[in-house]
Design a protein around this ligand. Structure first.
Ligand code: UDP
Length: 478
C-alpha cells in the first residue's frame, strides 16, 4: 500500500519566489538524500509565468498543487505584503485541510513544512493528523532572533517602549551584530500597523513548531549560530540546513530530449565579457527603485566605468510594491524611465534587461565579479555560494537587517550610505570590483564563505547533519 511507500512531506510556500525556491530545494534534497517525496502547495495569487516556469522544472519526486483562490478584495489597496500573505493564508486553511487529509490518506505523510507566513496552517495540519509540523524559516538566524523566539509575548517588542526607528542605541541580541533601530525589519517599524500585529503573531506561533529549519549556515553568522544551537526550554530545536539555493543547471534539465530554449540574451552578453569584470544589479522578485534613485544609479554606473548587467523594473513610485512582488513581470516598459541616451551611451559597458534575469546562471558565470543587491536572503545566499562579493542597497522587509549583518558582521559586503548619490554609488562599485582596501577584504571573505557553504553541504558537513537530525525526528511518523 501507499503506507509502505516513501516518506512524504507536504510543503506550503506562501507568495514570493524567495519562499518557493528554497522550499523546492529542500524537497529535492529530502528526495535525493532520504528517498522522500513531496507535494509543494502554492497560492493561486502567485500563479505568475515565472512561477509556472519554475514549477515545470521540478523532478518527479516533487509534485505540485495550487490552492483554490481566496477572496482578498476587501483588503485595502496599500496593504503590506506581510498582511496580504497572512490573510490569504488564513482564508485558504479549509482548502488546505482537505488537501492534507487526502495526502494523509494516500501517502506516508510524515511531516508538514511551511514557511513563516503559513504558520497558521499548523492547525490544518494537526486537524488532518499530520504528526510533525515544521517551520522552514527562509531568512537568516539574525532575522529569526528578531523578534526573538518567544515565550510570548516576544520579549523585545515588550521591552522597547517606542518605535524601533527612534532608538538611539542599536538593538543587542545574544550572538547578533548590533542592529541600529531603523535596520530592524520594516513590518516591525510601525506598531499601529496591521503588519506589526501579523509579525508578532507569527513569532508567537514559532513555539508550535516541532522543528525549525533555517536557510542559513554557521560561517555567515557564527556567533548567533552557536547561541541558537544551545537548546532553550520551551523553544523548538533550530536546524541551520542552508544554504539551500537553486542549482545553476536545474532550470534546463526538466527533460533532456525536449528542445532547449535559446540562451538568454543576458548570458550571451556575459559570455563576451572578461572574467570577473561585470557587476550584476538586481532587487529580487519584487524590488524596484523610486524614479529619483533609479536615475542616480544610472549616473553612478556611468561614472564607475565598470561593466554592468542590470535587471531594470519600472520605478516603485509607479505601482504598488505588492503587485510587483506577486508578479515581477512589470506591466510598464521600464526602459522608458531610463535617462535619454543611457542605453546607447553605455552599450559597450553594460546590458539592461527588463524585469527578470536567470540570476543563478548570472551569479555562477565567470564574467560576474560583483552583485549590487537588495539583500534579499536568497540573493545573499546565492551570491555567497558562488563567491560573488556584494554592494548593498536594501529596500524593505528584512533586507536592512541582512545588510548590517553582512557588512558590519562577517564583512562580506560594502553597504551604500543612506543618501544614494551618484558619486557614492560609483565609489562603492569601483571599490567592490577593484579596490585594494575594503574591496579586497570583502572579496577575500566571500571566497572563504563560498568554501564554508560547500563544506557544510557535503557528507559529514553541518547542514547535512542538521537535515539528518530533522529527518530522524520524523522517523516515527506515518
Ligand atoms: N530572481 C531571479 N531573477 C531576478 C530576480 C530574482 O532569478 O531577476 C530570484 C533570485 O535568484 C532569488 C529570488 O528570485 O532566488 C529572490 O529572492 P530574495 O530572497 O533574494 O528576494 P525577495 O524576492 O524575497 O525580495
Amino acid at each position: 500500500t501507499t503506507k509502505d511507500g516513501p516518506p512524504h512531506v507536504a510543503m506550503l510556500a506562501t507568495p514570493g519566489m524567495g519562499h518557493l525556491i528554497p522550499l523546492a530545494e529542500l524537497a529535492k534534497r529530502l528526495a535525493a538524500r532520504h528517498g522522500a517525496t513531496a507535494t509543494l502547495l502554492t497560492f493561486a495569487s502567485t500563479a505568475s509565468a515565472t512561477q509556472r516556469a519554475f514549477l515545470a522544472t521540478l523532478p518527479p519526486s516533487v509534485s505540485h498543487e495550487t490552492l483554490p483562490p481566496a477572496d482578498l478584495s476587501d483588503l485595502p489597496h496599500d496593504a503590506l505584503v506581510e498582511t496580504r500573505m497572512s490573510v490569504e493564508g488564513t482564508r485558504s486553511l479549509p482548502a488546505l485541510a482537505t488537501i492534507l487529509a487526502e495526502l494523509k490518506r494516500t501517502t506516508r505523510l510524515v511531516a508538514f513544512v511551511t514557511d513563516l507566513f503559513g504558520i497558521d496552517a499548523f492547525d490544518a495540519a494537526r486537524d488532518a493528523g499530520v504528526g510533525r509540523r515544521c517551520l522552514f524559516f527562509p531568512g537568516s538566524l539574525h532575522a529569526l532572533m528578531l523578534p526573538p523566539p518567544p515565550p510570548p509575548p516576544p520579549e523585545l517588542v515588550v521591552s522597547i517602549p517606542g518605535e524601533f526607528r527612534d532608538l538611539t542605541e542599536p538593538v543587542r541580541l545574544p550572538g547578533c551584530v548590533p542592529i541600529p533601530g531603523p535596520d530592524v525589519l520594516s513590518p516591525l517599524q510601525d506598531r499601529s500597523s496591521p503588519a506589526f500585529g501579523v509579525m508578532v503573531h507569527l513569532a508567537e506561533r514559532f513555539l508550535d513548531a516541532h522543528d525549525i529549519l533555517v536557510n542559513s549556515f554557521d560561517a555567515v553568522e557564527p556567533e548567533v549560530a552557536t547561541v541558537i544551537r544551545q537548546p532553550k526550554p520551551g523553544r523548538p530545536p533550530v536546524y541551520p540546513v542552508g544554504p539551500l539555493i537553486l542549482k545553476a543547471d536545474s532550470t534546463s534539465d526538466a527533460s533532456d530530449t525536449a528542445p532547449q530554449p535559446p540562451r538568454p540574451a543576458s548570458l550571451e552578453w556575459l559570455d563576451r565579457q572578461p572574467p570577473k569584470s561585470v557587476i550584476f544589479i538586481s532587487f529580487g522578485s519584487g524590488g524596484a527603485l523610486p524614479a529619483e534613485q533609479m536615475r542616480g544609479l544610472t549616473l553612478g554606473l556611468e561614472i564607475s566605468e565598470q561593466r554592468f548587467l542590470w535587471v531594470v523594473r519600472s520605478p516603485s513610485d509607479e505601482g504598488s510594491l505588492s503587485s510587483n512582488y506577486y508578479d515581477s513581470e512589470t506591466k510598464k516598459d521600464p526602459f522608458a524611465y531610463l535617462p535619454e541616451g543611457f542605453v546607447e551611451r553605455t552599450k559597450d559597458m553594460g546590458l539592461v534587461v527588463p524585469s527578470w534575469a536567470p540570476q543563478i546562471e548570472v551569479l555562477s558565470h565567470e564574467a560576474t565579479g560583483g552583485f549590487l543587491t537588495h539583500c534579499g536572503w536568497n540573493s545573499t545566499l546565492e551570491s555567497l555560494v558562488h563567491g560573488v562579493p556584494m554592494v548593498e542597497w536594501p529596500l524593505y522587509a528584512e533586507q536592512r537587517l541582512n545588510a548590517v549583518m553582512l557588512s558590519e558582521g562577517v564583512g562580506a559586503a560594502i553597504r551604500l550610505p543612506e543618501m544614494k548619490e551618484k558619486e557614492t554609488i560609483a565609489a562603492a562599485v569601483r571599490e567592490l570590483m577593484a579596490g585594494e582596501a575594503k574591496g579586497a577584504a570583502v572579496r577575500a571573505k566571500v571566497a572563504e564563505l563560498k568554501m564554508a557553504a560547500a563544506e557544510g553541504l557535503r557528507e559529514g558537513g553541518a547542514a547535512t547533519a542538521a537535515l539528518d537530525g530533522v529527518v530522524e525526528n520524523w522517523a516515527g511518523e506515518n
